[in-house]
Design a protein around this ligand. Sequence first.
Ligand code: NAD
Ligand code: AKB
Length: 313
Amino acid sequence: MKTESILVIGANGQIGSVLVEYLRGIYGDNKVIASDLRVNPDRQDYFEVLDATDGTALQQIVKRHKITQIYHLAAILSAKGEQDPLNTWQINMQTYFNVLEVAREHGVKKIFYPSSIAVFGAHVHGSADQFSYLDPSTVYGISKAAGENWSNYYFTRYGMDIRSLRYPGIISYQSMPGGGTTDYAVDIYHKAVKGEHFDCFLKEDATLPMIYMSDALDATVRLMEAPSEKISVRTGYNLAGMSFSPKEIYESIRKVIPAFEISYNPDYRQAIAESWPSEIDDSEARKDWGWRPAYSLDKMTEEMIQELRKKYE
Ligand code: NAD
Ligand code: AKB
């Protein structure tokens, strides 16, 4: 068992609720402190209520638990973020500045910062290279690009060990997404398994990079456990799982549930999707710390449907 004391901020969200259990399996239950704005009645053990915009409250938790690593997941995502841009900027940046400063002052050894494919914009066509120009279209993407640069700044200036992945849209059966443009790709499985019609908010050919939760967890811990000298990218590593359009995920589901039906009613999220790349080149992650995804679209579909059937049937 490894001797770390880990704080997960934003632990009740789509990633956090699964990542906390995964980290506890590696480091031990009492070594992973979950925190979020509100307590989750189903998971109250080793939990702290924390609004991460409050730096003093964060500092007290870091001191009390002698925290050595922080996974900073709290953020407002792309679609929800557009409803109140200035508040999104305030939350996404203030929480991260608090993490960086508290970590610096209290000698926290490692920080994980989740970035996103939302850092890319109109000047990337097709596949996004690791070092593509970043001109994000959403306030969420602007905050993630800024966060990446601040990570690199704290690494260069203070020698802090901050590691980051540009996650694609994450697909999970364990948890629901919280306000992103890629959320449709989780919702579609729930509708299919419940025998309901699915009305998609993107066009049928809106191809986006996505990743299955199991691969995302593997990549996250693989990155965090890699020797420091293997980390050549201190902004955010490109990470790819698979790429598909709404039509392609629909066809994948139809192989298992032939009666499933879909319609398309694109809304404001279509413009966000169009500003993102359709493919991600993750050669740096593969080269530096041996990243390889395990799931294809069809393999993920089979597991998603199998797991959701247990939930609904
Ligand atoms: P989510 O919206 O499901 O969860 C975010 C959590 O943060 C929520 O539980 C929320 O209560 C909490 N939170 C919000 N403001 C907070 C604050 N001030 N203090 C403490 N907690 C606060 O998000 P997620 O999908 O789990 O994403 C986690 C991180 O990963 C985010 O930074 C997101 O940008 C990034 N990311 C996610 C995806 C994805 O597809 N899920 C893709 C790329 C990047
Ligand atoms: C979103 O759609 O906002 C997220 C992301 C790709 O960052 N899922």
